[in-house]
Design a protein around this ligand. Structure first.
Ligand code: ADP
Ligand code: ASP
Ligand code: MG
Length: 425
């Protein structure tokens, strides 16, 4: 008997028919003798619908009071899912009980809309499991020290599942979704993308942080910190496929670097359309200028990503960086009201229509020329690179958003990711 956590995403929970199929799959695992904790997301489209309603009534919910209410509304999607799934299991004769994150509880900080889990008390869950029940817990939600409902950021059900698996030292955490694993890139953009049988934790962390929304980044962080065995697999296989087959399917996140004999240099390509570029033009080039520009932006709680400073010319330089697209207007306002007067810079320019494309692979550590191959590929497609950022296992470029698909497809081909061997891991 093992303790297994299943997570089902929105599409997997998208209709009563889908929920029934999830219940049948979970019941199969119960019959095989396993203790089951199940973490479903809201039914597909539901979180967007709820947030849309909230925004109709308050277009700018950015005060702590408004964000609190936004979470109270958004968390209801998962509340419906857990109850429905428990009913579906009970209807099949499987004892099941559902809980909201606040009932378990999943304790979080008070950063509404992007709360972090600080502790999970699993006492109640263990009691139910010992009594032979399937325990179904809402993804995406928790409770802060003042008893307020919080949510964990979009895609946060992945994190709920991996966090509960870590807290309970589960034997496996299976993330069921609408694709059959982690691919070399988003298969919706590149149909030739191939499924990876395994991906190293570090590569998965980079892919998630660089925009691959197949797993929320914090779920990967939890998996790494607590060495949770995580597998991403499809909920769209017939529910009654043999358990052995199911346990071998999808993509396993591995922690052993040298597990693969033939390491592909580039494991995958990620892209992110959620950033905007801002340039401060004609900045007097003197020590401390980066701090004078970026300090007020950071103080406004805006995350800064790629940064470049140009060579100075006659004592002036241009300084560019990227921020989340949702913070674009706010960043410009901070720069215009605070940074232009304090630095004497000439003006602020912005471009919200950019995209960051990244190649990721631990093989990049030991291979030279990978970045230059990336730059050559983009130049052959006539794509202008606006910014570059590198780390040991990734190279990212910022380009015009309209070239995103072209860039991803060209890079995917250039690095041989469409070839069968690339994904065989
Ligand atoms: P869920 O609702 O199950 O959480 P998500 O929509 O959050 O599902 O994540 C699954 C989606 O992630 C896929 O449908 C796919 O379009 C997208 N995706 C992005 N990058 C990748 C990748 N490298 N491999 C697989 N899927 C990816
Ligand atoms: N329902 C939430 C969302 O849409 C959480 C999740 O699905 O992971 O972001
Ligand atoms: Mg998701």
């Amino acid at each position: 008997m093992a303790l297994i956590v299943h997570k089902y995403g929105g599409t997997s929970m998208g209709s009563t028919e889908r929920i029934r199929s999830v219940a049948q799959r979970v019941a199969k695992w119960v019959r095989a003798g396993h203790q089951m904790v199940v973490v479903p997301s809201a039914m597909s489209g539901e979180t967007n619908r709820l947030l849309g309603l909230a925004k109709e009534l308050n277009p700018n919910p950015d005060t702590p009071e408004a964000l609190r209410e936004l979470d109270a509304v958004a968390a209801t999607g998962e509340q419906v899912s857990v109850g429905l799934l428990a009913l579906a299991l009970q209807a099949q004769g499987v004892p099941a009980v559902s809980y909201g994150g606040w009932q378990v509880p999943f304790e979080t900080d008070s950063a509404f809309t992007k709360a972090r889990i600080s502790r999970i008390d699993d006492t109640r869950v263990r009691t139910d499991l010992a009594a032979g029940k399937v325990v179904i817990i809402t993804g995406f939600q928790g409770i802060d020290p003042d008893g307020n409902v919080t949510t964990l950021g979009r895609g946060g059900s992945d994190t709920s599942a991996v966090a509960v698996a870590a807290a309970m030292k589960a034997d496996e955490c299976l993330i069921y979704t609408d694709v059959d694993g982690v691919y070399t890139t988003d298969p919706r953009v590149v149909p030739e993308a191939r499924r990876l049988k395994t991906i190293s934790f570090e590569e998965m962390l980079e892919m998630a942080s660089l925009g691959s929304k197949v797993l929320q980044i914090r779920s990967v962080e939890f998996a790494g910190k607590y060495h949770v065995p995580v597998r991403v697999l499809s909920s769209f296989t017939p529910w009654d496929i043999p358990l052995d087959e199911e346990m071998q399917s999808g993509t396993l996140i591995t922690f052993e670097e040298d597990e693969k004999m033939e390491q592909a240099v580039v494991a995958g390509i990620a892209f992110n359309r959620d950033e905007a570029k801002i340039s401060v033009i004609g900045v007097p080039d003197k020590p401390g200028i980066a701090y004078q520009i970026l300090g007020p932006v950071a103080d406004a709680n805006i995350d800064i990503d790629v940064i470049i400073q140009n060579l100075s010319h006659e004592g002036k330089t241009d300084f560019s960086f990227t921020v989340p697209r949702g913070d674009y207007q706010r960043t410009i306002a901070v720069l215009e009201s605070q940074v232009l007067p304090s630095t004497g810079a000439a003006r602020v320019l912005g471009d919200p229509k950019i995209c960051k494309v990244s190649i990721v692979g631990i093989g990049m550590r030991s291979h030279v020329g990978v970045a230059s191959k990336m730059f050559r590929t983009l130049s052959e497609e006539g794509i202008n690179i606006q910014m570059i950022s590198t780390s040991e296992i990734k190279t990212s470029v910022v380009i015009d958003e309209k070239y995103m698909e072209l860039a991803v497809r060209a890079l995917h081909k250039a690095f041989g990711l469409d070839l069968p061997t690339a994904a065989e891991g």
